[in-house]
Design a binder for this molecule. Structure first.
Ligand code: GTR
Length: 430
């Protein structure tokens, strides 16, 4: 009994010391009054000091310049070498989800010879469509089998980093089936006439510091002609999202001109980098992507560059970390990442209790990126102050903050579906 007590005390002490050390070395702040003044790099200022005045100048000069800054400072080089992915439809069910949808499971082989290098895509297409369906593409956190309870969805056998929820020794068990249905409002999405394509991000690279040794940064280094340290886990995940598009372009039931990309949290960061790197994504949604995604790094609030690069060094290019204690010197900030989506529709969303992602910092970067949308004659955020809860603002860039915690909720999906329907030209289910 006494031993037990001492042991508990020791654990508590260890925990408190660790917390104190963390607080000291990697301070975080969630007090708005403590946010220091900062100056953002001007997204329209050309390297020669002049200001971009036209959409043409943006596309031809400033956009490539900013994109390359992102390669150098945050995500690493994006592979330019094209691959010929091969696809195998593993399973089809035209009466999935009580007959409302057709389910397909497609294996995308990424290596020209090695068939062990692949990603599995789970696709649901609404039945009864008169024309090809627009689609939402997005990664899931813990395997395709978590987004639905359907028994025939293959149980992922990959390494999983998230504990609990039916994951035992970093592998999924049957108990994890359907554990993330709340994050994917499948019925609502399908009812609105949208298809859904999802894959487990760990198919590309396990989300851990040494994940690159078994992921595509190693298995495809010759094929893509890029060394693991030239890019990042975010880069690998972003690249994988584009391979889903390669497949979707070949599926006659999908409207490849209406591919929307969605990502939550770390997968929101990957989605933004994918959206920046691949113009085939016609609309991009950042759901609480936070630091390294939509939130301004210069605003000292919530997660910081220092904290994120200490916890997740593999996510980013090595240079990013070197700005941890001098973020004002970083040549980029989140508004510049968002501006790389222009003139495509972009939705940035936050949750009020998700202080770690800095909702206001996400709003402010979307507002700042509006300058680039204006070059294209598109309406941006259109207001200078954070809107009240559940009141989306903006035009081609839209923003909302909702009640609640860090998650993708039905409310979020309803806004994205409405936005995509509107931006893709009216009613999509016909
Ligand atoms: C957190 C990380 C965030 C966010 C989040 C998530 O631990 O600090 O940047 O990416 O994980 O992906 O859920």
């Amino acid at each position: 009994m006494k031993n037990n007590h001492t042991c508990k005390l020791a654990v508590l002490l260890f925990f408190l010391t660790a917390m104190a050390a963390r607080a000291q070395n990697f301070p975080s702040n969630i007090d708005e009054s403590k946010v220091q003044p900062y100056t953002l790099p001007d997204v329209l200022q050309l390297p020669n000091g002049k200001t971009v005045t036209s959409s043409k100048e943006w596309q031809q000069v400033q956009r490539p310049y900013i994109y390359h800054l992102y390669e150098e400072y945050q995500f690493g080089r994006y592979p330019t070498k094209k691959i010929n992915s091969r696809f195998k439809v593993l399973e089809t069910d035209s009466k999935a989800l009580d007959g409302t949808a057709t389910r397909k499971q497609v294996r995308i082989y990424l290596h020209p010879a090695d068939t062990s290098v692949y990603m599995d895509v789970l696709l649901y297409i609404p039945n009864g469509m008169k024309s090809p369906a627009p689609v939402f593409v997005g990664y899931n956190f813990s395997g395709n089998h978590t987004i639905t309870t359907e028994k025939n969805v293959l149980l992922s056998n990959r390494w999983m980093n998230f504990k609990g929820k039916g994951v035992v020794n970093n592998r999924a068990t049957e108990a994890s089936r359907g554990t993330d249905t709340a994050g994917w409002s499948l019925n609502t999405i399908l009812e609105k006439g949208f298809a859904v394509a999802t894959a487990y991000y760990g198919d590309l690279e396990p989300d851990t510091a040494t994940g690159y040794t078994t992921g595509i940064r190693t298995t495809l280094k010759e094929v893509l002609n890029i060394q693991p340290n030239e890019w990042s886990a975010m880069g690998a995940w972003a690249w994988g999202l584009s391979r889903i598009v390669d497949y979707l372009q070949k599926d006659s039931h999908i409207d490849a001109g209406k591919i929307a990309l969605i990502g939550h949290s770390r997968l929101g960061k990957a989605a933004l980098w994918a959206g920046a790197s691949d113009p085939r994504f016609a609309l991009i949604v950042s759901n609480e992507s936070g630091e390294g995604g939509a939130a301004l790094s210069r605003r000292w609030y919530g997660e910081t560059v220092q904290i994120i690069t200490a916890h997740f060094p593999h996510w980013f290019a090595a240079k990013y970390k070197t700005y941890g204690d001098n973020v004002n010197a970083l040549p980029v900030d989140a508004h510049m990442l968002l501006s790389l989506m222009a003139p495509r529709p972009l939705y940035v969303a936050s949750a009020v209790e998700d202080t770690w992602s800095d909702p206001k910092g996400e709003f402010l970067s979307a507002k700042e990126a509006s300058k680039v949308y204006a070059l294209f004659g598109k309406k941006g955020i259109g207001t200078d102050s954070l809107p009240p809860l559940h009141q989306p603002v903006g035009g081609t860039i839209r923003y909302h903050i909702r009640a609640g915690k860090h998650a993708v909720t039905l409310y979020d999906w309803e806004q994205y579906l409405q936005f995509a329907t509107e931006q893709f030209g009216g009613k999509v289910k016909s």
